[in-house]
Design a protein around this ligand. Sequence first.
Ligand code: SF4
Length: 712
Amino acid sequence: MSARVATTCPYCGVGCGVLAGVDALGTVSVAGDPSHGSNHGRLCVKGAALAETVDLQGRLLHPKLRGPDGAFFRTGWDDALDRVADGFRRVIEQHGPDAVAFYVSGQLLTEDYYVVNKLAKGYLGTANIDTNSRLCMSSAVAGHKRAFGEDLVPGCYEDIDRAELIVLVGSNTAWCHPVVFQRIAAAKEAGARVVVIDPRFTATCESADLHLPVKPGTDVWLFNGLLSFLFQHGVMDASFVDAHTLGLAQALAAAENDAPEPAVVAKACGVQLSDLLAFYRLFARCEKTVTLFSQGVNQSSSGTDKVNSLINCHLLTGRIGKPGAGPFSITGQPNAMGGREVGGLANMLAAHMELHDPVHRDIVQSFWASPRMASQPGLKAVALFDAVLEGEVKALWIMGTNPVVSLPDADRVKRALNACEFVVCSDIIERTDTNVHAHVLLPALGWGEKDGTVTSSERRISRQRPFLPAPGEARADWRIVCDVAKRLGFVEGFEFETPQQIFVEHARLTSFRNHEACDDGLPAAPRVLNLGSMSALTPQGYANLAPVQWPVNEHGEGTQRVLSDGRFAHPDGRARFVATKARAPVHAPDAEFPLVLNTGRVRDHWHTMTRTGKSPRLAGHISEPYIDMHPHDALRSGVREGELARVQSRWGAMVARVRHGGDVLAGHVFVPIHWNDQFASDARVGGVVNPVVDPVSGEPEFKHTPVRIEPF
Ligand code: SF4
């Protein structure tokens, strides 16, 4: 066995440290890294099965072009890269920079994310670069920015260990973030109370002290009601509110309008008044409260307001940035956070700067010395693919993601790709539902081969290190982007030879003109995202980098909690209460589509199963797509448990097997997101989901689509 390499799990945003190695026979082994602060040696079943997922079966190993007959044929890197550069150059010359777009992934490493955003925004001059992270946490980003002035997760996992009360909102943590759930279970053992707010009775609820099965989309009622309750009962930190916040009166007025008394809230949310009051009293009583939230909050047409309504309750009580207390967004993907740090979303710039702010644009452009800069925010994921279908975007480069499966109204995405003049896909897998629409396929390095950094939900930057050789002709995503940039004439700015050089440039940008005034003329609060001494990381320092939580000071020391001093990132240093108005999901069920579809993950699969689908033990947990529904609804729909049925919405249909898991309320069905047409026909639930998005964040409403269930 060669020495084990310290790396990071490529699945969820918990960001567990992994020790991985390969022996002389090529057998890969993995174990949890006891020295990693995110997991202290623990791994969940997905992490523990990583060794079963790194074989080369199905891998894209060589650049390929689609021929006139539709079949792919092998070509060399120079030819493939020339084609990509020529395709993008031709479209930009004829139609301008906004006729090209990039759709990237929370699977990319921070270094990959940085260079592709630099190319798009600073060199091509378009902000049409969005990421599949839009689908999981962009509402949290928008909520953080509104409340704190910057996209900041105040706390850390250790807060879970110290909490008296842990509130889980829209999060099946037991299945989706299992190592965090292990911490929650340990905290509960030590006496913490656990409340789960979720329409479904998930595995997470089994050990909860209280489960509130709220109607989907009613979280703003719930937290507006809590804000009113706390205020009316004098549960607030008045000195914190006076010294460090603005907007309480407006937020309270909005809350009291929606939720004048708990009975109104209980009715709106569809929960027992006694349970609601039990939650409100627990929250009022427990100074050390952590509110963890995830996709059930974010994936909603009111996702950003949901985030702010729960943050409002923490601001009122001053429970933020303190040991054992704070709102806590747990991200879905391994590097959703790292992508956000380098401007991975279409409305952001690197180092947490804003595309709409001319001062920020000037800071970034002058740092890059780039020839141009995108002048306005670009298209967010759903709108981006609409623009492709409508012919406004004519060249699209998709990296490390599978939008024909994962986006809402996914058949429309398929039509968009069919209609697109020029589609490039960089991927580790050759045949996916998306890649079959490509004109150029570029083989990328996968986990175990890649070299760079990721950031976990608690702002912890960890290294992904290679322990396997690059297979075939696969290359790092950052290198592929740089090679295309150079072919487009941008040699300066993309002469990176190593990921360390990219990381150092990213780190330098975080402290460059960090205190500068914003366009509103107010003195700026320094941006919290500052990597300090990491801007001087040597190749050896980068190679040996230990996991560290940003911001990082000039001595290389990280920061466990931010906002602890009550100084926020708005120009005046104060946090904002946000007045939130409760509203129902956009599409209500009706006689034709009487049931509400909710979507989510299962315990042992990841995204579209390109990796976890290879592991027999992971596939053994749940082996096929299913429709979880209430027996009464099954009876009314004319379907039976164990039989195949069709889920039909106004947008599309899919087929899966009916089961009565006991998780869903009458009137609701649940279908997992993972299966796709490579594993089973008509199995893409994305084709069924409505394309409604949150008006602030652009995050889709994956949790609420009216459907009917039909016999198959
Ligand atoms: Fe990987 Fe998440 Fe499991 Fe940790 S909890 S081992 S990061 S999938």
